[in-house]
Design a protein around this ligand. Structure first.
Ligand code: HEM
Length: 392
């Protein structure tokens, strides 16, 4: 790590975090918590100038060949700075045609191009790719609810990744292999953990703090001339690997493949490669359907299908929980209290809230294989598979 990189990292972990926290406390004490204009202007000016000085030094140094980990970490730090400037409305994409953070944009664009990722901060810069120092990882603020949100998000991602990995290991074995039951049970354990951590978020995260002091850092912002959509906890490959290998979602469905295209560059190159590989595979659901007439009386079929169907149930349950509990309690509920004008950019991806909610609802219903004929739900196929199970 060069001296300039170390100085920037130290600033992000120190003064930057303190200034964001101080600003959050000021906003939170106001009656109109959403309106941040004209509040803490001296701190905002200091944050902008100190960050710019660190970044200008890095840009002059031409720091582009420090290896993947260092570069990716540096992109995350520049991204945290740009996201904070957006949150405090030091920048505002609808007000500008190009980012006023010229040096930060130049460094982010340069790093991201060589890394093959989006030029903004992505959720993994706070979750799976967030090195701790002396027990503390990088955050925007010192607020307990930010740590809580990141901790359970990260644990949820790890748990999805565990399930996805178990499914990927099934691929070379085939659905009739006697040991796939072990892998299916491992995948089930992963999804049970997802459900457990979602439950914790639901009960422990403070709605007001999350909505007013954490979520605003995840908004879209400009890098150079372009606006990049916000970060969200879903920007990892595991959940889509599960969708595709189980067979509840299909990349031939244009709205689902659009989601994949949109999230590709928000994932690390390693995650991108995992997702690409599984997109060319035949789903396990289709593999079971292929043999339903020829093998449904076999012992292996009965046992492996039973474990597979239990896994499908858990995937649907976790999806329902994300939508009906997390999105509903932490986004939909508090948004309903706001005047129409304050709703812009509440979400990370940018579309108006009702449009976003409808698309999340469709995803939930695909994962739950709901009985809907306006989306390519696998409801009928799953009913057929269930009917092929012998009564215990
Ligand atoms: C307080 C907790 C959470 C809230 C309020 C929340 C809310 C949202 C919202 C509103 C979106 C749409 C993107 C956008 O913001 O524009 C989204 C997307 C997504 N979130 Fe969450 N989320 C939470 C936690 C989690 C966790 C813990 C996970 C999994 C580890 C997760 C997985 C996803 C995924 C995969 C997507 C992309 C769409 C999809 O494939 O379903 N979220 N989330």
């Amino acid at each position: 790590m060069t001296n300039n990189v170390a100085a920037f990292d130290k600033w992000i972990r120190g003064a930057f975090r303190e200034m964001n926290t101080a600003l959050e406390e000021m906003y939170f004490a106001r009656e109109q918590r959403q309106s941040v204009e004209g509040v803490g202007d001296d701190i905002k000016a200091q944050l902008t100038a100190e960050g710019r000085a660190c970044i200008a030094a890095l840009l002059a140094e031409g720091n582009t060949d420090e290896g993947f980990d260092q570069q990716y970490k540096l992109l995350g730090a520049v991204g945290l700075y740009m996201a904070a400037c957006r949150r405090h409305e030091i920048t505002e994409p609808s007000r500008e045609t190009t980012s006023p953070l010229v040096e930060a944009s130049a460094l982010a664009l340069q790093l991201s191009t060589s890394l093959g990722v989006t030029p903004r901060f992505a959720s993994c810069h706070l979750s799976g790719f967030n090195p701790a120092e002396n027990g503390v990882y990088r955050t925007f603020t010192n607020l307990a609810d930010e740590f809580l949100f990141i901790d359970y998000n990260t644990l949820g991602v790890f748990a999805y990744q565990r399930a996805a990995e178990a499914l990927t290991r099934m691929l070379p074995l085939g659905i009739s292999h006697p040991l796939v039951r072990y892998l299916l049970r491992d995948a089930q354990a992963g999804l049970r953990d997802v459900i457990k951590y979602n439950d914790k978020l639901f009960s422990e995260l403070d709605v007001e703090r999350f909505f007013n002091s954490v979520r605003p850092y995840y908004k879209p912002y400009r890098v150079g001339a372009n606006i990049y959509r916000g970060a969200n906890a879903g920007d990892f490959a595991g959940i889509n690997i599960i969708d595709l290998l189980l067979g509840v979602c299909n990349a031939n469905n244009p709205s689902y493949s659009q989601l994949l295209v949109d999230k590709f560059l928000f994932m690390s190159p390693h995650e991108q490669a995992l997702l690409k590989d599984c997109m060319r595979r035949r789903s396990f659901m289709n593999q079971f359907l292929d043999v339903i007439d020829s093998h449904s009386q076999s012992d292996w079929y009965q046992k492996n299908l039973e474990a597979f169907l239990q896994l499908l149930e858990l995937h649907g349950e976790a999806a329902a929980q994300h939508h009906d509990q997390l999105v509903s309690k932490f986004i939909e509920g508090p948004s309903a209290q706001l005047p129409q004008a304050s709703l812009t950019n509440i979400t990370a991806s940018g579309p108006p809230l009702p449009v976003l909610l409808r698309s999340l609802e469709r995803l939930r219903d695909l994962r739950m294989a709901a009985d809907r004929d306006d989306i390519p739900s696998r409801h009928a196929d799953i009913q057929r598979l269930k009917a092929s199970l012998r009564a215990a």
